[in-house]
Ligand binder design. Structure first.
Ligand code: ARG
Length: 286
């Protein structure tokens, strides 16, 4: 017995010596049975991929940023948020750029896993898609150009016969135009950047657009003038998810909430605002 204890002690000492001499941290003991990777509890259109529809005409939400070498790539806080969610869900990401009304259609038809495009939780849309929790609070604005600025003092002045008032097709801003500029002519355009171009070019008198988008484009086009804020009830921005994929919606919400709560999303917003002041491409790439 004594012999055995001595031997055991000797063995322990040898091990201890080896451990001291060993610089590398000890590897954690391997589990007896390696855990099988948990199968995702949700389905995506393409297994292993998060397919995302977006409308990159909307700085700082989504746009194309051009780097020093002249290469354009999708940028904006919606884009970074979508990438974050894909990473949290253990998925690759595929963006499909299109006009905003296309985003609504593709999400409604279930052709994509989510639509990330500065989407407002418009109650009418809730019939064709599910909404994530809100991740951003952005207001609405009525804007004009410096050349037309003397026509407008407040929202009431946006409602005059003969005015050409722009809004992007399929957006809640179209509804705002119908509501607050009922006597004016509504000019619906496919891209938010078309609105900016037409305003700057003098074809439009005014337009309805998201507040932060107005602020962002104003930096590149100082001719843009923000007249006033426009009231809109369904505040905030959400991700659109095809109806009936509750498991995916829950996973998206969990990732999104984490991103917002840990402060990463605020960093995405700050980066996007800065990037949007640089060289960006208006609208879609061909
Ligand atoms: N928030 C508005 C809406 O949901 C406009 C969104 C437009 N988005 C864009 N990427 N162009 O109707």
């Amino acid at each position: 017995m004594k012999k055995f204890i001595t031997l055991a002690l000797a063995i322990i000492m040898i091990f201890a010596l080896c451990a001291c001499g060993n610089q590398a941290p000890a590897a954690p003991a391997a589990p007896a049975e390696p855990a099988a990777p948990a199968a995702p509890a949700f389905d995506t259109i393409t297994p292993g991929v998060l397919t995302v529809a977006t409308s990159p005409d909307y700085a700082p939400y989504e746009f194309y940023a051009v780097d020093e070498a002249g290469n354009a790539s999708l940028a904006g806080f919606d884009i970074e948020l979508a990438k974050y969610i894909a990473a949290e869900l253990g998925l690759e990401i595929e963006f499909i750029p299109m006009d905003f009304d296309g985003v609504l259609m593709e999400v409604g038809l279930g052709n994509v896993d989510m639509g990330v495009a500065g989407l407002s939780p418009d109650p009418e849309r809730a019939q064709t898609m599910d909404f994530s929790v809100s991740y951003y609070e952005g207001g609405q604005a009525f804007i004009t150009s410096q050349a037309k600025a003397d026509k407008f003092t407040d929202l009431a002045s946006a409602n005059q016969a003969g005015l050409q008032i722009g809004a992007q097709i399929g957006t809640i801003q179209e509804d705002l135009a119908t509501q607050f500029s009922a006597d004016a002519d509504l000019v619906s355009l496919p891209k938010a950047t078309d609105i900016i171009a037409e305003l700057v070019g003098g074809k439009l008198d005014g337009a309805y657009i998201e507040w932060d988008v107005a602020l962002s484009y104003q930096k590149n086009y100082p001719e843009i003038v923000i007249v006033c804020e426009v009231p809109y009830e369904a505040e905030g921005n959400v991700i659109g998810v095809p109806k009936g994929n509750e498991a995916l919606l829950a996973a998206i919400n969990e990732a999104l909430t984490k991103c917002v709560e840990e402060g990463t999303f605020s960093d995405f917003v700050a980066q996007a605002q800065e990037l949007a002041e640089g060289n960006i491409i208006e609208g879609l790439l061909d």
